[in-house]
Structure formats: C-alpha cells, structure tokens
Design a protein. Structure first.
Length: 219
C-alpha cells in the first residue's frame, strides 16, 4: 500500500493523539530517521513562517494543511484560505481552530482550480506523492497566471531523494510502524531545476530561521 491511504494511515495517528504524547519519526526504506515535529504542527505559526505568510496577498490554498495553523492564520489576516488534507483528524483539528478545510487528495478535484493566488507546501510537504515535479505541476494548475507557490525545501546539500517511507512512534525495539507510502525530499539547490520541469520559475529564495523556503511563480 503506497498511495494516499498509506500516507493517511501513517500521519493520522500522529495527528490524532495528544500533542507531545509520543515521539514520531519518518523512516525511509534505507533506514534514515527524520523526526516529525508533531507538537509544532499543533501550535500556531512559528516565527520562521511569518515571512512566508507575508508573501500571501490573496486567496491561498494550503496543501497538506495538517491541523490548519497556516490556513487559520491567513484567515485571521482577512484572507480567503483553504486547507486540504487526506487526514480526517487534520481536517477536524483545522476546523476546530477556525480554518476552512476539506478532506481531499490534492491530486484529485479541488475547489477553484486555476484561480488561487497562492499555494503552500510547508513542513516537508514537497514530499507528498514521492514526485516533486508532479506535485509542483499540480500546484501550477491550482494557481492563476502570475500566482505563486511557496515551498519549503530541505537545507542545502540535502540532495534529491525519492522512495518509500513509513511513520513510526515509540522507541527502537517497541516501535509502532505504519504502512509504506511514497515520499521525497529536495535540497534547496534543486529548486531551479524542479521548478523549470514543472513550468514554474524561482521568484525568491527565503532562508528563515535555519529553514529554506522558495517562492515559485507561474508565468
């Protein structure tokens, strides 16, 4: 099982439990363990994201919105914002904090396709589906001409990785391991080539508090 259902199964448990009640990791098929900041997802937008949200000046779609902290923050600024996630727990939490959110596969039909001013892929969500070019092409189809996609990339030197991954919690030897799904990550050095392959251009690179965000523009 490597599609949206597996991805849902992996992240649903992490989102559904009390924040900070357990530790969670993304574990790749070759054994790399990446900690998942579940507690952060349940809070408000961290300072690093202020510069990202400031780039949103019109209707914004937050892809893989999780508990909806970005969609809610944009709504608080008076902007139209929609969170999208395959996880029922994520959508429930997003709505509870006042965000508008729908449970959808982002590769399926979505509201207002081609009319959004901005799309967000934050918190490693460039990994969704395991194919960054396909995902960025999807974003290009969601935003209007001249619209932007704001993407969080991995730090410089991280390279481009695509493969199977699982979400796990607990300690080694007693871990609860979810089903495998396709995932990816890309170092910020890959932004120009991935953007070009998706028909987008790099408008700005935003290093913020040790994290790397890139604004991609649709011609």
């Amino acid at each position: 099982m490597t599609g949206p259902a597996a991805l849902l199964g992996g992240f649903e448990a992490a989102l559904a439990g009390p924040p900070g009640a357990d530790r969670w990791w993304l574990v790749t098929e070759d054994g790399v363990r990446v900690p998942l900041p579940v507690r952060r997802w349940h809070g408000g937008p961290e300072p690093a994201l202020a510069g990202v949200l400031d780039r949103c000046a019109g209707p914004t779609i937050d892809l893989g919105c999780g508990p909806g902290r970005l969609a809610a923050a944009l709504a608080g600024r008076g902007l139209v914002a929609l969170g999208v996630d395959v996880s029922p727990a994520a959508v429930r939490l997003a709505r509870a904090r006042g965000a508008v959110a729908v449970r959808r596969d982002l590769f399926g039909p979505l509201p207002a396709e081609g009319r959004w001013a901005h799309a967000l892929l934050v918190d490693g969500n460039i990994g969704i589906g395991g194919d960054p070019v396909r995902l960025l092409r999807r974003c290009a189809g969601l935003v209007r001409p001249g619209g932007t996609t704001l993407v969080e990339f991995a730090p410089p030197g991280s390279g481009l990785w695509r493969g199977g991954a699982r979400v796990t919690s607990g300690s080694p030897g007693g871990e609860r391991l979810g089903a495998s799904f396709r995932w990816a990550w890309a170092g910020v050095e890959w932004a120009p080539s991935l953007a070009a392959a998706a028909g987008l251009t790099v408008a700005a690179v935003l290093p913020l508090d040790g994290r790397w965000f890139v604004e991609l523009s649709r011609p």
